[in-house]
Ligand binder design. Structure first.
Ligand code: GLN
Length: 301
């Protein structure tokens, strides 16, 4: 495993095309695209890392996995009255389908759907309490109390997040938000501003791996469903491509991180800030494709 991860880090370093760093969040625009890290937490408790696996990065939309687990913990299947479970085939921040589908976002991983899951775990609490709950969940999952939110990234996104504000107003106009747009956006942007290293993220993903030694934070049924949504919707309009190339459930973020689950085997985190045209890590996706080929791991047998 260590040799494989070293090979992946080496291949990434040698690839001249690193993709484009997300520039619409000013605080992320200056990140050095030359970085690449990977970490794997195996079912037997061993952890292997390579490259920049100890460098913290902004997990961005990978946080939507933890938000979904929290929202389901709060309201269970009631959540599905407010958000769907179908891929959207559109970019993560698209507003197009919201009008046609009466303010019910297609799935919890596009921004509109994630605003609904944030609104769900925020209901009845202050943003501070809700974010405290989120951090408690992530820290328990990773077994690491040092995980924190980067306030600068959160504020940078609040200051420039016109599109997310529009999505939230659109949801509110359809009666699909319980808290105010300001509170939901503030909480959502802080949630996206959670910072982790590849090692921490691989550890945090262990609750989605079906293995005895791993934290059991959600029921078996819920774990399967979260994995199913990661497979079908975790990479937005690139989800089909990721399933085709990698064959494992994954959730990406515009910070360049991807959390990948191999059920029963491992939780894997890969990070490289340059993105492909779908807004998913370019080198991260390529590394996972090679990883899946070399290990033979796939949910498709
Ligand atoms: N915080 C980002 C946004 O809302 C998350 C998007 C992403 O990571 N794909 O635009």
């Amino acid at each position: 495993m260590q040799d494989l991860l070293n090979d992946l880090a080496e291949a990434a370093a040698g690839d001249p095309d690193k993709g484009e760093v997300a520039s619409y969040i000013p605080e992320l625009a200056g990140i050095n695209p030359e970085q690449f890290g990977i970490a794997i937490a195996l079912a037997d408790g061993q952890v292997f890392t390579a490259g920049d696996a100890e460098v913290p990065f902004s997990i961005q939309s990978v946080s939507k996995v933890f938000a979904l687990a929290l929202a389901l913990g709060r309201v269970g299947d009631q959540l599905w009255y407010r958000v769907g479970r179908e891929p959207s085939g559109l970019s993560f921040d698209s507003i197009l389908l919201l009008e046609r589908e009466d303010g019910i976002p297609r799935n919890p991983f596009i921004n509109a759907g994630a605003l609904v899951t944030t609104d769900t775990y925020l209901a009845g609490s202050s943003p501070k309490e809700a974010l405290g709950e989120l951090l408690r969940f992530v820290r328990a999952a990773a077994d690491d109390d040092s995980i924190h939110i980067n306030e600068k990234v959160a504020h940078s996104e609040i200051a420039t997040g016109h599109r997310n504000f529009s999505l939230a107003h659109y949801l509110a106009s359809h009666g699909n938000l319980r808290s105010t747009v300001g509170k939901v956006l503030g909480t959502y942007c802080h949630q996206c501003g959670v910072e982790m290293t590849c090692r921490q993220l691989a550890m945090a993903g262990r609750f989605l791996v079906d293995a005895q030694e791993m934290p059991q934070l959600v029921s078996v049924e819920r774990r399967r469903r979260i994995n199913a949504l990661m497979m079908t919707c975790g990479h937005y309009d690139g989800s089909g491509d990721f399933a085709f190339r990698v064959g494992l459930p994954g959730k990406s973020g515009v910070g360049g991180g991807i959390l990948v689950i191999s059920p029963g085997r491992a939780s894997i985190a890969v990070w490289s800030p340059g993105l492909n045209r779908y807004g998913n890590s370019k080198l991260g996706t390529e590394a996972m494709e090679t990883f899946a080929r070399r290990t033979g791991w796939s949910v498709f047998g």
